[in-house]
Design a protein around this ligand. Structure first.
Ligand code: UT7
Length: 330
């Protein structure tokens, strides 16, 4: 069976920086609280009219990943996007990206799996490659969470940001870069993190849609506790599946929701923070985009070396969580 290998990475974030100090001027919060409780110092927020919509950010990240891979958009068989903040309910963000890139030979679709969207998308592509249904694919994680931030809720508004990350994945009969991906969901706990309203009762939604935008709602404390537990358990499953130990992992690229969650995960796995990549201080929580943005930054900083084992691990709305172990092959 052919293996899936990441041969290019890219990311794109909006230009506008919103710092904790800026937030102090618009809500009852402080740089001190946000930094101490979350590790976030600033986040990127897209600006209308600047080509920073969800599909724009995803396209920007994809172009960089394709450039690194040395491939043209026409060579892509699949474009799969993880997002919960598409520009439109349909068509999919993936189809918008396909058009913007001119990836005319690709099958394009979105995956909705909260902050685990990128790992769910990567797993879908990995399976397609192993089945022989796909040779080259783009896997993207992108969010414009600013479109659903409730600026009156300091408990969530300070956490979120916008951005996109992408990887080019290529089939190779001799190399297996994605060793395995392990995914879980628990829909019983959907109400710990969700967008308000929705269109279940269409007439009401149509009447109130202007007055009640879709806003992110979150119960932070119970999520916090489950996040560490779920990510640690799924990582142990992934390590065991590949007969690896924590010390075999050269770099952990975790979902960036809260620095204290990342510390807890590292402690639970017995992995020192020097081997955990974090950029939450710059971007906050960008949901599906945190892992591919961090992976791209780590790659461009030269932290990913051929032969290294890399752990990607996520947790988010759904609930969904997952872990993927890569052997870096480029
Ligand atoms: O991305 C996928 C999933 N997301 C997560 O896994 C997020 C998990 N949860 C968390 O990261 C944390 O629970 C939060 C960062 C959301 C909250 O941190 P916390 O340490 O759990 O704070 P808390 O909600 O228990 O609130 C503590 C205090 C409260 O005040 P009182 O009731 O003790 O007087 C809050 O009102 O902090 C207050 N508070 C704030 N103060 C200043 C909450 N938000 C803020 C704020 N600025 N922005």
């Amino acid at each position: 069976m052919p293996g899936a290998n990441i041969i290019g990475t890219g990311s794109s974030v909006p230009k506008r920086i919103l710092s904790n100090k800026d937030l102090e001027t618009i809500m009852n919060t402080s740089d001190e609280w946000i930094t101490r409780r979350t590790g976030i110092k600033e986040r990127r927020i897209s600006t209308k009219g600047r080509n920073e919509n969800t599909a724009d950010l995803a396209t920007g990240a994809s172009l960089k990943a394709l450039e690194m891979a040395g491939l043209s958009p026409e060579s892509l068989d699949m474009v799969v996007v993880g997002t919960v903040t598409p520009d439109r309910q349909f068509p999919s963000t993936a189809c918008m990206v396909q058009a913007a890139l001119g990836a005319d030979n690709a099958t394009a679709f979105d995956v909705s799996a909260g902050c685990s969207g990128f790992l769910y998308a990567l797993s879908t592509v990995d399976n397609a490659i192993q089945c022989g249904n796909c040779k080259t694919a783009l896997v993207i994680g992108v969010e414009r969470l600013s479109s659903i931030i409730n600026w009156h809720d300091r408990g969530t508004a300070v956490l979120l940001g916008d951005g996109a990350g992408a990887v080019v994945v290529a089939a190779n009969k001799k190399k297996k870069g994605v060793l395995s991906t392990h995914l879980r969901s628990d829909g019983k706990l959907w109400d710990l993190l969700y967008s308000s309203d929705g269109n279940t009762y269409l007439p009401t939604a149509l009447k109130t849609i202007r007055l009640k935008p879709y806003l992110l709602k979150m119960k932070g404390n119970p999520l916090f506790k489950r996040a560490i537990e779920c990510m640690a358990t799924i990582t142990k499953e992934a390590l065991e599946h590949n007969s690896l130990k924590s010390e075999d992992i050269r770099l952990v690229v975790p979902h960036q929701a809260n620095i204290r969650i990342i510390w807890g995960l590292a402690k639970s796995l017995g992995i020192p923070m020097e081997r955990v990549y974090t950029n939450i201080h710059k971007y906050g929580n960008t949901s599906s985009a945190t892992i591919p943005i961090a992976l791209d930054e780590a790659n461009r900083e030269g932290l990913l070396v051929k032969g290294d084992h890399v752990l990607l691990v996520s947790f988010g709305a759904g609930l969904t969580w997952g872990a993927s172990i890569l052997k870096w092959t480029t």
